[in-house]
Structure formats: structure tokens, C-alpha cells
Design a protein around this ligand. Structure first.
Ligand code: UDP
Length: 240
């Protein structure tokens, strides 16, 4: 029974940067393995987990757009393809631990993964499979944070859990200001008006309009992913 769990169905957003860990390569297998282990432990308890993966560890469209004639849309398609690489890596790692996992892509790559079909994704979750959503929203000019908010709303997940390399949202940049304070709670309006660079405006607006709370937390602290998924207090809670 998952009676004691606050969340029944969650949308875990894993950024590409977080997947990179401390590796010189694009992906740190220690990170993917620890994500897989923690997700495994909660799915066994009955929590349904969908994941949106980023691609910033491999390619970020905005960084490359304009370089040598590369237009923004083309750059963004390359970025979306990067998320598919991360998704397949994560899927293989999860399945090595015996967690049934499906990847669904926002545009068709049928030899590699299922296309995104909302009802089918929900069915997978109900059967206890982890669903990894790849290729973002399938549209250039968007981000995987927006994909996370969108998929969360579509599949009726209760929360976006944003796994990052920092402990949560601070009142100032903790890398520049050693006195920056971690904020426990924030409203959507705080995030937007104080320019706290938690998520882009499109993503945070979509969360606000659909009353989707967002938890921002550090993926590098052991146990944090399972804590966040179980609804235990971790990082910064955005809502209201
Ligand atoms: N991207 C896109 N549309 C989407 C999601 C992602 O065009 O709906 C592209 C965009 O170029 C982005 C890249 O894919 O820079 C990687 O995604 P993102 O930067 O969101 O990854 P993260 O920051 O989470 O690693």
C-alpha cells in the first residue's frame, strides 16, 4: 500500500547537467545508476514515476544557434535528439536493475522508442512501468522544463520534481554569494518577479496555470530522489 505516500504519481525532471556528474564524458554512469536505484526503490512501493530528461550535457540549442549559420530551430532539433540519447542510457540502466521502463519520444523514432501517446503512457504507469519522455515537447524554442510541466499536466501527475545540482532555490547565486540562503517555500509569482532562474517563464507559467507544485532539489545527495518522490521535505517547494 502507498497510503503513507504523499504523491501517487510524479513527474521527475532530470536535467542533462545533472547526468554529467563529475565526468569528463557527457554522462556519468554513477549518476544514472543512483537515479535508477532510487527510482526502483519507490516504484516497488507503488509510486508511479514518469521522467523527463534534459539534454544540456550534450547539446543546448540556444548555445549553438547562430554559430556558422545554424538556425535556432535546427539547433533545437539537435538538442532534442540529445535528450533521446540520455533517455536510452537511463532506460538501459533502469532495466539492468529489473525496472520495466518505456521511452516515449515527442517525435517519431519508432525503431528506437515508442512515440508519445498519452493514454499509453498512463497505462504503462498504471502497470508499474517507468515512462521516460524524450525529445522534450517536440518543438523548437521550448525547453525540457516546459516538457516536464506539460507532460505532468497531461498525465495528471501531482508534482514536478526538478532534480538539479544545487540544494534548491536560493535568494542569491550561491556560487557567487556565500551568504545566499536556501528558500524553503516560494510562490509562482516570487519565482517570476524575483527572476530566480528556477525554470523558464513558459514552464513556470504552465505549472501555475495548472496548480502543479514544483520541488527543486539536489540529485547528488544520496536518498534525495526517493525522499522527494515519497513527498518528504527536501529542497524548495514552489506553489500557491
Ligand atoms: N529542446 C527543444 N524543445 C523542447 C525541449 C528541448 O528545442 O521542447 C532543445 C533545446 O535546444 C534545449 C535542448 O533541447 O537546449 C536540451 O534541453 P534542455 O536545455 O531543456 O536540457 P537541460 O537544461 O534540462 O539539460
Amino acid at each position: 500500500s502507498n497510503q503513507s505516500y504523499r504523491w501517487r504519481r510524479v513527474l521527475l525532471k532530470v536535467s542533462g547537467e545533472a547526468l554529467a556528474g563529475d565526468q569528463a564524458q557527457n554522462i556519468d554512469p554513477k549518476v544514472t545508476m543512483s537515479i535508477a536505484r532510487e527510482v526502483a526503490s519507490v516504484t516497488r512501493l507503488g509510486v508511479e514515476v514518469a521522467i523527463v530528461v534534459g539534454g544540456g550535457n550534450i547539446f543546448r540549442g540556444s548555445t549553438w544557434a547562430g554559430c556558422s549559420g545554424l538556425d535556432r530551430s535546427s539547433a533545437d532539433y539537435i538538442g532534442m535528439l540529445a535528450t533521446v540519447m540520455n533517455a536510452i542510457f537511463l532506460q538501459a540502466t533502469m532495466e539492468s536493475l529489473g525496472i520495466p521502463t518505456r521511452v516515449q519520444t515527442a517525435f517519431r523514432m519508432s525503431e528506437v522508442a515508442e512515440p508519445y501517446i498519452r493514454r499509453r503512457a498512463v497505462r504503462h504507469l498504471e502497470k508499474g512501468r517507468v515512462v521516460i519522455f524524450a525529445a522534450g515537447t517536440g518543438n523548437p524554442f521550448f525547453t525540457t522544463d516546459t516538457a516536464a510541466a506539460l507532460r505532468c499536466a497531461e498525465i495528471n501527475a501531482e508534482v514536478v520534481l526538478k532534480a538539479t545540482n544545487v540544494d534548491g532555490v536560493f535568494d542569491d547565486d550561491p556560487r557567487r554569494n556565500p551568504n545566499a540562503c536556501l528558500l524553503d517555500n516560494l510562490s509562482y509569482n516570487d519565482v517570476m518577479s524575483r527572476d530566480l532562474s528556477v525554470m523558464d517563464m513558459t514552464a513556470i507559467t504552465l505549472c501555475q496555470e495548472n496548480n502543479i507544485p514544483v520541488v527543486v532539489f539536489n540529485l547528488n545527495k544520496p536518498g534525495n530522489i526517493s525522499k522527494a518522490i515519497k513527498g518528504e521535505r527536501v529542497g524548495t517547494l514552489i506553489g500557491g
